[in-house]
Design a protein around this ligand. Structure first.
Ligand code: PGA
Length: 261
């Protein structure tokens, strides 16, 4: 049976009580189905300041939680940063790293993302590594070179060991938040290239058991089926459409239907 990840990125769109409500509603709608569909992992990534509220709503339910970022050092004089251990203590199982908004507004680089991935793996969290090209890079024919360059800079030599897992999120930056996703075929061609590149970096059984590649960028309840029917697309990272619990859970339900075959 196929296994899918449907992960919500709430960005900075909710404050604590709104996050609590959204989590509560997501849990209410997914609880019974999630328990019956272990092939679909549903997770929400709230802002740091709402992690406690969300943890209270999701604990003991089939909804998991992730951070939106982390720092690579475990402790020290790093004002404003959040360690992986404190995310783990707060109840996180996942953490986004290298999101395009952090690359664009905060100067996050592949080198930083690489260190964050290591810190997450070493602490037992699953990194969701975001990579993707800008419109200009796409239009100048550099999509593959840019995305594969990011993948290699972040993951080469950064091998997941034991039962460590890595999720790669391919997000064409120019469609994020636009309501206009790329086609499933377009995404699938990139996912295939990502898988081929991973096969060149790690043993095949490592890639098969420890890596997943999900799509992000205006994914919603209408288009998710097209993406997940592609054998190389293992789930979706969802921004805007996840701010409606109903819409988001419909996406998880679509994943459950496809997983059943
Ligand atoms: P979007 O955001 O679904 O609103 O395009 C996705 C993301 O930024 O991860």
């Amino acid at each position: 049976m196929r296994r899918f990840f449907v992960i919500a990125n709430w960005k900075m769109q909710v404050e604590a009580e709104e996050a609590r409500e959204l989590a509560r509603e997501t849990v209410r709608l997914w609880a019974a189905q999630g328990a019956a569909n272990p092939a679909v992992t549903v997770a929400v990534c709230p802002p740091f300041a709402s992690l406690d509220e969300v943890r209270e709503e999701i604990s003991g339910t089939p909804v998991s939680m992730g951070g939106q970022d982390c720092f690579w050092e475990s402790r020290g004089a790093y004002t404003g940063e959040v360690s992986v251990m404190s995310l783990k203590d707060a109840g996180c199982r996942f953490c986004l790293v290298g999101h395009s908004e952090r690359r664009e507004y905060l100067g996050e680089t592949d080198g930083m993302v690489r260190k964050k991935v290591r810190a997450l793996l070493d602490t037992g969290l699953i990194p969701v590594v975001c990579i993707g090209e800008t419109r200009e890079e796409r239009e100048s024919g550099r999509r593959d070179a840019v995305v594969i360059g990011q993948l290699k800079a972040i993951l080469e030599g950064n091998r997941p060991i034991g039962s460590q897992e890595v999720i790669v999120a391919y997000e064409p930056r120019w469609v994020i938040g636009t309501g206009q996703a790329v086609s499933p075929e377009d995404a699938a061609s990139m996912h295939q290239l990502i898988y081929d590149t991973l096969e060149g970096m790690f043993p095949s059984d490592t890639v098969e058991r420890q890596f997943s590649v999900i799509y992000g960028g205006s994914a919603d309840a209408e288009n998710i089926g097209g993406f997940l029917r592609m054998p190389v697309i293992d789930g979706c990272l969802v921004g805007k459409a996840a701010l409606s619990a109903k819409g988001f859970v419909r996406m998880a339900e679509a994943a459950a239907d496809i997983a059943k075959g």
